[in-house]
Structure formats: C-alpha cells, structure tokens
Design a protein. Structure first.
Length: 202
C-alpha cells in the first residue's frame, strides 16, 4: 500500500486537496479532525494536556478550551514543542491503527493529512510526501474567516510553523493553492496519475 503524506501550513487549503483525493478513491486520514475529536471530550489526551499546561485549559465538559490552550502553548518554543510531542504521540497511535486496517482491506493508497507531517517525523513512514502552499495574505484571510480569530493570532500561528519554502524543500511534490480551483484539480490529477503508475510497477 502506498502511504502519501500531505502537509501544509494553516490556511494553505490542504483540506480541499485532501477532499479531492478522497473523491477520487484515495481514503484520507485527517489528523486535525482526529485531534479535534479527542480534545472535545474527556480522554487521556485532554488529561495529559491539562497536566502539562494547567487545569485552565480544560472546558466545563472535560474537553480542551482551544483558546486557552493556544494562549498557554504558544508562549514560547519549549511550550509549543511540549504540546506537539503530546499530541503527535496520541494521534500517531490512532493513525497507525487506521493504516493497518486499510492495508488489511487491500486499499492500494491512502492520504495522511497531517499539518505537522515533518515535525512529527511521520514523513519517514510515507512513500510520497506532498505539500500545499499559498500566499501569506491569502492564508491569513482564510484562517481569520475559518477559525474566528484575530489577524494577530493568525500571524502568530503562521510564524510558529515551518515556512512554505522549507516545506517545499522537504517534500517530493508541491501544490500551489492561490485560489485557482482548476489548477488545483489539475495538480491533484497529476499526482493521482503518479500513484497509478507506481501501482502498476509494484
């Protein structure tokens, strides 16, 4: 089975690319969706985050207050690294189980939609890595609109992530997503063709 790692900074439009792969028969594992599901309720991840950053990051129902966690974990590099270490470990356990079940079903290729693909080092377990990039101003607009945060908070989020040029250097394939849907579909189709060609050789 071909494991494709998909990465991209906040506001890059990575989720749209993942959806395009899914509708073309390549199942996607959305690390963000799994993370948000886990922190929405009382579970080992939320309790570990509370131990690391204080009970103030918990919401009334035992989940995580995302704004409080953002304020606590993005104060410095050490705190952010601690947040990533805890989150990656929990999510990767779920991901590896999902991949195992997909392989048992005979699925030829899967997409791992992972914003922190390289930071978590899961890229080493992928056969192909793809990154989605976009102009910074467009990313900021998307983040503010999607998450309801301030532009300043969006700026901090982007600043805390690997720059687009570095992502492109690390990846096998780069997709630009500056708003041209037709071009985006064209790029995804190009990668789908690569996947099919690899499948024929195996």
């Amino acid at each position: 089975m071909l494991i494709i790692g998909l990465a991209g900074g906040s506001g890059s439009g990575k989720g749209i690319v993942s959806s395009l792969f899914s509708v073309n028969g390549v199942p996607a594992f959305d690390c963000d969706a799994v993370y948000h599901d886990l922190i929405s309720r009382d579970c080992p991840l939320t309790r570990e985050l509370a131990d690391a950053f204080g009970a103030g990051v918990l919401s009334a129902d035992g989940g995580i207050d995302r704004r409080a966690l953002f304020a606590a974990a993005f104060t410095d590099g050490k705190s952010r690294a601690r947040l990533n270490e805890i989150s990656h470990r929990r999510i990767l356990a779920v991901l590896r189980d999902w991949i195992k079940r997909a392989e048992e079903k005979g699925i030829p290729a899967v997409i791992v939609d992972a914003p922190l693909l390289f930071e978590s080092r899961f890229d080493r377990e992928c056969d192909l890595t793809v990154v989605v990039t976009a102009k910074k101003e467009l990313r900021l607009e998307r983040i503010v609109s999607r998450d309801g945060i301030t532009r300043e908070e969006a700026e901090k989020r982007i600043a805390a992530q690997i720059p687009d040029d570095e992502l492109s250097r690390r990846a096998d394939v780069t997709i630009r997503n500056d708003g041209d849907v037709a071009e985006l579909v064209k790029e995804v189709n190009r990668i789908l063709k690569m996947i099919k060609e690899r499948g024929k050789k195996q």
